[in-house]
Design a protein around this ligand. Structure first.
Ligand code: NAP
Length: 644
């Protein structure tokens, strides 16, 4: 094992008692996998201790206590021997054994086609396989400046990759700091819904998280730290907003118009543009009559006004999606009264660890036990991977389409229903309001540890499931005429998700305007490249939102590898432009539409969902297996492009 492998773990110098104490905290299946690396002995996974089932966010494999105790006892002996022997690792497990380890912990056969993707994501060999070299001399690379729009997780990643490839670049960011969504969404209770030991770059260590699902300040700090570690800051123009970009054919460059912090207009010239503006970035306020008549403070969840002290006030919160779901439990104890206006009830995954802190033992294990953090990543990735896509498939033969889309989906509905009923079954009126009336997982499913329904059961909280007729100077009035007085209104009403890249004005070849070309049906080849827009790339572009699994960071890493591959082709071969062929893009979009219509998110019972456009079609969500998208985005196929 290479001593330079960053995942091999720091040397262990702790005494026996400290090690034993740490082991009380850890995921036992992950520990046993680490022991295989540490000792070279596969018997740790071939003995009687076997995880029973791998379920998302359950990291003990449902092992009984006595088996966990036995595993800790064996581990303590092995770790002591490893420590006393100077922490020398044996040769790494071979490919067959690695696959056996994957299948052992997954409690199912991990198909061969997944192994390369998983190995890359886990980086067991210590090699960051998603970076792309640009094979050209320094002059050629210097002559290819790139502008990246936005410095959230995808824009920062773009910067890191371009820097590694020696391509000059500028990241333009409208906010004063890095993080994108994790900069802007500072509402009380904001935290990530994907386990953080997976929701982080594959090439960055994950031993530092203090919570399993971190809150916004810690996430923002993470991106800031990564920015500094990779020395990206000097390439970023903060407080600067891109207003538009126009393609200049004679010079084969983009002219990117930015508004500087001083309010001046400036034009940047680039050979390629990467839009990394995110999807859920432009707040959407509801069209409710009288919205401007309200006299108290009122703001959107993504523009939380921290100068407003909500404590002791009557707060009306309109919207009960992912943001509202986190806000209500956080502010409820401090407000005089909270009225939650919920148009549609939400399905939620039971996740008891949602607010849990990462114990010191786990952090020690992440730091010291060889590859523990990598296998822990697998433990979150695999059960939230393509298996969930199968569950999302509509079975046209299934007779109960009014409540579910398949037998499997009906089973999920039952589990979710039981979870809700177990909490509020004693309150029939509340139960009726919080039970969704559409198939499980049909909208963005939320993570839940019971805090939402606990909040709704409080004496100072009301849940209103009636439509809103109007807003008055001091109240929200429902269609039945009931007035709900409020001092503060919070609009947790989501984002303009179907208006990709809004409000930027992007003009491509022959005067093509991107917003017009897309209309209500935004689409791009692989969600990345758009005909008529040469050398222009989207990250988290049309049709790439992940509703079934994975993480957006995983997707960004796939997309940026593909984009860097395009840039490599351009620079290495001295091409002027790469542009996806229209017929290839149309065929891709048609396949996308055919597939997405077969999945639960398209189900006709779902009336309101940001996944859908005005016509009820979906151009936001990916219908693809992660393994397919990963394969397709490994490297651009030049046959898909017109090369000039
Ligand atoms: P959202 O999921 O779109 O929820 C908006 C809420 O506002 C919904 O309850 C919606 O009702 C309601 N609403 C919209 N217009 C309304 C109107 N005119 N009258 C009454 N109610 C109205 O927005 P979000 O909560 O900001 O979340 C958006 C996405 O951001 C999430 O799906 C997720 O992808 C991401 N997010 C993630 C996290 C996380 O990782 N923890 C946290 C927050 C957000 P309907 O349901 O009826 O449309």
């Amino acid at each position: 094992m290479s001593a330079t492998n960053p995942h091999a773990g720091l040397p262990i110098t702790d005494d026996d008692a400290a090690i034993a104490a740490a082991l009380e905290d850890v995921s036992i299946p992950t520990l046993l996998l680490s022991l295989v690396h540490m000792t070279g002995d596969p018997s740790y996974i071939r003995g009687p201790i076997r995880p029973r089932m791998l379920v998302l966010n359950e990291v003990q494999g449902f092992l009984p206590e006595e088996e966990k105790a036995e595993a800790r006892r064996m581990a303590l002996e092995a770790i002591k021997a490893y420590r006393d022997g100077g922490c020398v690792l044996p040769p790494p497990p071979g490919p067959e054994l690695i696959r056996e380890m994957m299948s052992w912990v997954a409690c199912e056969d991990v198909p061969e086609e997944y192994v390369p993707m998983l190995l890359e994501e886990m980086e067991l060999d210590g090699v960051d396989a998603r970076r792309v070299e640009v094979h050209a001399d320094a002059d050629a690379r210097e002559a290819f400046p790139v502008v990246v729009i936005g410095c959230g997780q995808s824009g920062l990643l773009a910067g890191i990759r371009l820097k590694e490839a020696g391509i000059p670049f500028t990241i333009v960011e409208k906010n004063p700091g890095v993080g994108g969504t994790w900069w802007e969404n500072s509402y009380p209770g904001c935290r990530v819904d994907v386990g953080n030991h997976f929701y982080c770059y594959s090439f960055e260590p994950s031993d530092h998280w203090t919570e399993f699902f971190s809150q916004q300040p810690e996430l923002q700090r993470y991106f800031q730290d990564v920015m500094k570690r990779h020395a990206i800051e000097s390439h970023i123009r903060f407080d600067t907003e891109v207003e538009g970009a126009v393609w200049d054919e004679p010079s084969a460059t983009w002219r990117v118009t930015v508004r500087t912090p001083e309010g001046a207009t400036e034009v940047l010239t680039a050979r390629a543009v990467i839009s990394a503006v995110g999807l859920l970035n432009r707040p959407r306020l509801p069209e409710i009559p009288g919205i401007e008549d309200f006299e108290g403070p009122a703001f959107h969840s993504a523009q939380w006004d921290h100068s407003v002290d909500y404590r002791g006030k009557r707060v009306a919160m309109i919207g009960a999606g992912a943001s509202g779901f986190q806000i209500a439990p956080t502010i409820a104890p401090d407000v005089a009264h909270l009225t939650v206006f919920q148009r549609t009830a939400q399905w939620m995954f039971p996740n008891p660890n949602y607010h849990e802190k990462v114990g010191p033992g786990v952090r020690w294990a992440m730091r010291h036990l060889p590859f523990y953090g990598r296998w822990y990543r697998f433990l979150i990735f695999w059960p939230g991977s393509d298996g969930a896509l199968m569950s999302a498939r509509i079975d046209p033969e299934w007779p109960h389409q009014d409540r579910s889309v398949s037998e499997r989906n009906d089973f999920t509905r039952q589990i979710f229903t039981d979870w809700i009923t177990s909490q509020v079954g004693d309150d029939a009126a509340l139960l009726a309001k919080v039970l969704p009336d559409y198939p499980a997982t049909g909208k963005r499913t939320l993570q839940d540890n019971g805090s939402w329904l606990r909040a709704l059961k409080r004496d100072n909280v009301d849940l209103v499931r009636e439509g809103i007729a109007r807003i008055e100077k001091d109240a929200v009035v429902t269609v039945s005429g009931e007035r709900h007085e409020a001092d503060v209104i919070v609009y947790a009403t989501g984002f303009q998700a179907n208006r990709y890249l809004y409000p930027m004005h992007i003009v491509g070849r022959d005067g093509a305007v991107l917003a017009d070309q897309w209309g209500d049906e935004p689409n791009a080849y692989l969600g990345i490249a758009v005909p008529n827009f040469p050398n222009f790339y989207c990250m988290y572009g049309p049709g790439t939102n992940l509703a079934h699994g994975g993480s957006l960071i995983f997707h960004s890493e796939c997309q940026m590898r593909y984009i860097a591959g395009c840039i490599d082709e351009l620079v290495r071969n001295g091409h002027r432009t790469l542009e996806p062929r229209a017929e290839v893009t149309e065929a891709y979009h048609a396949r996308h539409q055919t597939e997405i219509k077969k999945l639960v998110w398209s189900h006709e019972t779902i009336k309101h969902s940001w996944f859908k456009n005005q016509s009820g079609d979906i151009h936001t969500v990916s219908p693809w297996r992660l393994v397919d998208y990963w394969e397709w985005t490994k490297r651009p196929n030049l046959d898909d492009f017109t090369v000039r």
